[in-house]
Write a protein that binds this ligand. Structure first.
Ligand SMILES: C[S@@+](CC[C@H](N)C(=O)[O-])C[C@H]1O[C@@H](n2cnc3c(N)ncnc32)[C@H](O)[C@@H]1O
Length: 244
């Protein structure tokens, strides 16, 4: 549990543009947002701000790990994580990805989760006992961290919930250190066979479905290089690097 003496908390505060004079950690996460954001404007995101939605979502992770797709299981490999790395998990939800990545960066490393939903953060906090993970309440469209402070950024199953993803691309490019790596996994407009499914999902959930070039083009415009992307079923998986 986060406390004022926690080394990980102090390392996280050091990464902020303007560390708060009195950090709010009363709920076990570092609260960096002044108010309830108006973000819960889409049906899907509203779900993630309720306890029922959180419970539903965490059940997915109760499925046998053999059912986890390899491209998700191998996210740390894609991010080329090494012990001591500092990682940002944007839209960290119940913290599953943060916990997975924390094992790769070791005691000297740090994983910082950012999520906008208190119920998700509460679940993340109660499910995590790793000393090298800190969850923060924040908005991925305007993160509180300084430029170039993260070796890697991942953003899994979040981008589709943001009405305008442009500021999220800006923030990923900004907070990555030179040589830093980014992985984005989100929903994509599937090929012809699955296209009716994605059209229906897009309509029902109001979540965004990305075209195959959309994220790569956006990251390239922000100076990221070595961009690789794949459409896998209903998902877009994109990796990129910030030049040294
Ligand atoms: C579907 S969950 C994914 C959680 C986790 N990345 C995973 O893959 O298990 C999406 C998360 O993104 C969060 N989210 C949505 N919009 C956000 C924003 N603007 N800033 C930060 N988090 C956001 C939601 O609250 C939710 O917890």
């Amino acid at each position: 549990m986060l406390n004022s003496r926690s080394k990980a908390l102090h390392r996280t505060l050091d990464l902020l543009r303007q560390p708060p004079r009195r950090p709010d950690i009363g709920q076990g996460f570092l609260d960096l947002l002044p108010d309830e954001p108006s973000e819960a404007s889409m049906r899907v995101q509203r779900l993630w701000t309720t306890s029922t939605g959180v419970q539903m979502y965490t059940r997915i992770y109760d499925l046998p790990s053999a059912l986890t797709p390899p491209w998700l299981r191998d996210i740390h490999g894609r991010l080329e994580l090494a012990p001591g790395d500092t990682v940002l998990d944007l839209g960290s939800g119940p913290g599953n990805i943060s916990r997975m990545l924390s094992r790769q960066v070791g005691d000297e490393g740090l994983v910082v989760g950012v999520d906008i939903s208190r119920p998700m953060l509460q679940r993340a906090v109660t499910s995590t006992d790793a000393d090298n993970v800190v969850f923060t309440r924040g908005d991925a469209t305007s993160v509180a961290f300084a430029d170039g402070v993260f070796d890697a950024v991942c953003c899994v199953a979040m981008l589709q919930l943001v009405p305008d993803p442009s500021p999220v691309y800006d923030e990923i490019a900004r907070v990555l250190a030179p040589g830093g790596r980014a992985t984005i996994i989100t929903t994509g407009r599937a090929g012809t066979l699955l296209r009716p499914v994605t059209t229906l999902l897009e309509w029902a959930s109001q979540a965004r479905m990305f075209g195959p070039d959309e994220i790569p083009d956006a990251l390239a415009q922000r100076g990221l290089t070595s961009i690789r992307s794949r459409t896998i079923g209903l998902f877009e998986v994109v990796h990129a690097r910030k030049p040294r």
